[in-house]
Every structure is written in C-alpha cells, then in structure tokens.
Write a protein that binds this ligand. Sequence first.
Ligand code: SIN
Length: 516
Amino acid sequence: MTDIRTEVLIIGTGLAGAMAALAAADTGRQVTIITKTADLLGGNTAQAQGGIVYKGITDSPEKLKSDIISAGAEHCWNAAVDQLCQDGPRLVKELLIDKLHVPFDRHENGNLDFTEEGAHSEHRIIHTRDKTGESIQSKITNAIESHKNITTYVQHTAVDLLTFSHHSMISTDIYKKPACFGSIVLNSNTGEVFPIFANRTILATGGLGRIFLHTSNPVEARGDGIAMAWRAGVRCINLQYIQFHPTSLYTKTDRFLISESLRGEGAKLVNDSGTEFMNGFHKLGSLAPRDIVARGIHQTMLETAHPCVYLDISYKNQNWIKERFPQIYSGCLERGIDITSQPIPVVPSAHYSCGGLSVNLDGHTSLKRLYAVGEVSCTGVHGANRLASTSLLEALVWGHKAGVDAAKFRQGDDWTPDIQPWISGDQIVDTALISQDWQTIRNTMWNYVGLVRTRDRLHRAKTTLRNLQLDVEQFYRNARLDDTIVGLRNGLQTAIAITDSTIEARESRGAHFVVD
Ligand code: SIN
C-alpha cells in the first residue's frame, strides 16, 4: 500500500464520525473514513438501546438545558449546552427523520412515541423499541457507502496521529505551531503500516469502557482516541468523570446493558428482599441522575452483602414487554432470565466517558487541524455526569458541525512532509501477555478508579499502571504490529491519563466520587 492523501480523514464510523463524513463530503470534499472493526456496524452507537433526545409535547430548549445542567452536577459549559438544546432537535428532524428516514417508533396516528429516562422532566426521547442505535447505524452506514466522495477502509487501525514535531524529517519543523496532518494506520489484513495524510483529521474513536473490568461497552471501546491525543499533547479535560450505568445484567460471565428506559417505563429497583430502596437516596427515586442511582445500588449491595440488586418490570403486560424491549427480553432469556416473570439481577458497569479531548463549538481541539467528535471529545455538555440519551444527540450535532467546519480550508492548505520511516519490530505478539496485561488494567481501574474512589486507591493505581507501562512500551517496540498490541498500549495510556486526571481533580463531584 502506498501512502494515501485525502482532504478529510475521519477515524471512527459511529454516529459522530459518520455525520462528520457526510457533512464534509456533501460540500464536495474527498473524505476517507477508517475503522478498526470488520464492518461499519461496530462501536457504541449501534449498541445504544434507550433513544435520542428530541422534543417533548410541552418541552423547550430551556427545560432541556435545566435537566442537562442539573444531571451534570452544575459542571456543564453553558455555551455548549445552549448549542445542543437549540440545534439538536432541529438536526434530529432534518438529518435523522427527514433525510435518513430512521424508523423511530410511532403511534397509530403517526405521532412519534416518547419515552422517559432518569432525570428528564419531560417525555422527550424517541426510540426504535430498544434498538435505537442499531436503527440509526444501519441508515448512516448505507448513506456513507453510497456517497461518491467517501472512501471507507475497514480493519484499519489508527496507530498514532501525525504531527510536525513527532514525525517530520525536517528538524526545524518543531518550531512550527503544532498541527496534525493525518495518521499512521495499520491494515490488519496485510500487516502494512502506512500514513494517511489529510488536510483535516477528525477523531471519532468512541469510548473507553473496556479499560474497566465491568462495562456495557463493546470490545472496541478501549480508549484509542484519548491515548493518541495524549501522546500528541492534545488538551484533554474532565477525564475523571467516568459514568457508571446503574443497570447492566449481572451474570457470572458477562455484562449486558439493561436500558434506563425500563425504569422510564416503570420498572422498579429492589434489593434482594424485594424492597424498593432508591427513595432513600434521592427524591426522584429510581429515576434520579445516573451517578446517584449507581452509588445507591453500590451502597445497597454493600449493606445487604448481596452481589447485585434487581430491576423488576414483570408486573407489566407480557406482550407489551416483548414488543417494547425485544432485545433485552431475548438477551436475558438467552442467559436464563425471563424478564416477563422474574426480576432482573443488575449491577453498575462503566458506560460512558464524560471527559475527553477538549473541543470548541465546532469540535476543534487544541491541536491545529485536529477535530474530535462523539464520546472521545469533551464538549462540556455533560459536565460531571451525562443526562441519559444525550450522547447520540451530541454526536449528531458536533459530528455535523465538525464536518462542515473541517471542509472549509483553503485550497492548497495541505502538507505532505517527508516523515520518519516506520520501523516495525519482528516479534509475534504473545497473546498470554496481552491477556494478563489487560486483566491488570481492568482490575486496577475497576477496584481503584471505579465508582467510589479514595486517595490511597488512586495512588496505588498510578504506581501499578506506570510500572506496567515500562513493560508494555518495550513489548510494543519489539512487536510485529497488530491491532491487539496497539489496543493494549492505548488502553493502558488511557487508564493512566484517567488516573492522573482523577488524582489532580480538585473536588468530588458528579461521577467522580471520592470518599476521603
Ligand atoms: C440506556 O438505554 O440506558 C443507555 C442510554 C444512554 O446511555 O444514554
């Protein structure tokens, strides 16, 4: 493979990356979009169950703003929240409903069905049963694949961002203003490593839940974007605010998201004796902001010495449950739980990173020519704790805006420098080491940088992770590059970035809860 030149490079194909690709390509720009997964349906977007915020019957941008800021523990950036509340519902209508024809659920009279989730004062969330992300992702995938200005590469992993100071062969380039001019990419099919040069680069790599032992996220959510940005010196903020979803299915083998919309539709959280407990923690009970519900569950598990709590929707009509929550019904049934007749065992799990690369209202980062959109970014909308069903909305708004903005550069504003040649090691990656190193990262993050933190635990995490990094960097340098070693190195870097930011955080707030 020879080097590739493109006008706009997008790394990641979830809703945010796809929206950016479509917006830039619609202006006539040549867009290249890469993903490390085998098709365009991977990532967190496709897994989203609950829905996307639109506008309720008696809703207003002011009401939505107030809910976001209150769930965000008063730590949100006002300007970003205003942009989301003003532009979000309009873009849902224009792009998702009218242009892409996402089949959101409707009543017989044709009106959209609105559901509720925690900390919302209005029924304003539209959904496609409990498969909202999947229904959006399949529409955007079609749109990307059929767009003449978009070229897609699957099974291509971004290894590092290209910057003057790190990669140029001209030593004096370090005096230039730091800028990104593309990415080094690994083709997982052939093992080739090559640069993609771009006038503008948009990071849309999604989340990082997999660096924790228990998570609702798919395997690809390993913090690649934060790690690449951290190495390139891009400003990252709010990394201490990891949101733990209160309810994922508790089994011995895996975690499976049990959407907050079950609680929105009336499911009750009970302890092992069948007693409701959330009213003791917050006036909104089971529909309190997520950080409060997750800690309420944690506390109840400690007090009852039981390994989980239960979510009970079995009192509702059996057919209605199967029709409204088909994916959750069948996912639980496969694991031996019939949700129409028994309560669901649930525990909290790492779900969403409220922090990320600091961006402005157009998704621009602190590094020239680099944008970030979706979960890898921090727009300031979510503050210290994200309001349910705002992540797809944020991905839509910032994805679209970043795509439009990235397409605006002047003709000739490109740079294809001579870069340091890629030097690959030749050792075959030892999968036993990869697996053990991930165990260390995940256990450390879950136990020491999890739902409830202490200063001692955080410092212990820092030492453990930094020691491991000495070995992993060596492992990486000697390895014949593949996606697993890139992922391990990135997961560890991101775990360190989160731990360092958490240690430096000045206050216990929202999803960052320190007992001492
Ligand atoms: C859920 O359905 O509970 C997840 C939705 C979200 O994280 O916003």
